[in-house]
Ligand binder design. Structure first.
Ligand SMILES: [Fe+2]
Ligand SMILES: [Fe+2]
Length: 301
């Protein structure tokens, strides 16, 4: 591919572009360092838990660790396709996105090392649903962007990456972390990390929403494609959540000692369902516009 022109010599960066504004936000708010988080209390807390309690939290840790690693490794084709299309502001924002995901991966790895999760292959906690999403659907739909820059391919990639993995699974995971650990007064270090992650993911989800919105606006067939793919992935996404909840419930039934860890299965399931519905409704919001220029005018870009 050769360049035919450059945006910044014919004009300037579009400072009002939603993705440029997000890039500014990322520079301001994304300046935390996982290496600065103190996990010493987390280590003490972890050592105080009895074996069954430790086992009951590892599936959640395992899902997040591999999940953050997957999104770090799989974001490159999205950057590649936006750059190929010459979408400068989006590409600039995505430079912060990849850096964020690398820090998230680092954070979970540092925590495991700090508390002493050694010599356990945590992939035993990856269910078939988890594998369908993180081992297959995510890399497949992302990698396709190397050779396919069609709106349909970008919509599919952003749907699995930003709407399902980040918008439903990561958001539901933060909720569980807070429900279980905050209430039990455990793991202040990782909870601080989760607050940072949550803020970063807010920007990532906004990127996904905008990307899908700009491509579906005025195109009923693309709206349909988005909804169909969401519904197809939902079965597996809910499978991931359900598996983790069932595992925790079983563990509690088998427990031989009282536990300070509280799981609320129904609240967790309801939360995941709600996230799914919110993501869909955000995309549906642009149904009131007939074209991209109408949407852009509404966004002030
Ligand atoms: Fe992340
Ligand atoms: Fe993310």
């Amino acid at each position: 591919m050769v360049h035919e022109s450059f945006q910044t010599v014919k004009g300037q960066i579009n400072w009002d572009h939603p993705m440029y504004r997000l890039y500014e936000k990322a520079k301001r708010n994304g300046r935390w360092n996982p290496a600065d988080i103190d996990f010493s209390q987390d280590k003490e807390d972890y050592n105080r838990l009895h074996l069954e309690e430790r086992i009951s939290i590892l599936p959640l840790i395992s899902s997040f660790s591999a999940g953050e690693e997957a999104v770090t490794l799989d974001i490159l084709p999205m950057i590649h396709v936006m750059a190929r299309l010459g979408w400068l502001e989006d590409t600039m924002f995505l430079t912060t996105f990849l850096h964020d995901e690398a820090k998230h991966t680092e954070m979970f790895s540092r925590w495991q090392q700090a508390v002493g999760v050694f010599d356990i292959d945590l992939s035993v906690f990856h269910s078939d649903s988890y594998k369908r999403i993180f081992y297959e659907a995510l890399p497949e739909s992302m990698e396709r962007l190397y050779t396919d820059d069609s709106p349909e391919a970008i919509i599919r990639a952003a749907t699995v990456y930003n709407m399902i993995v980040e918008g439903v699974l990561a958001e539901s995971g933060y909720y569980s972390f807070r429900q279980i650990f905050k209430k039990a007064g455990l793991f202040p270090g990782i909870l601080q990390g989760i607050d940072y992650l949550n803020m970063d993911e807010g920007r990532h989800i906004q990127f996904g929403i905008y990307t899908i919105q700009r491509l579906v606006v005025g195109h009923d067939d693309r709206f349909r494609l988005f909804h169909e793919y969401m519904d197809e992935l939902w079965e597996h996404a809910f499978g991931v959540v359900n598996y983790l909840i069932n595992l925790a419930e079983e563990q509690q039934k088998l427990a031989t000692a009282p536990t300070i860890l509280e799981f609320h299965p129904d609240m967790m399931r309801d939360y995941a369902v709600k996230q799914f519905e919110i993501r869909k409704s955000k995309i549906d919001r642009v149904k009131k516009y007939d074209s991209l220029s109408e949407l852009e005018a509404a966004l002030g870009s």
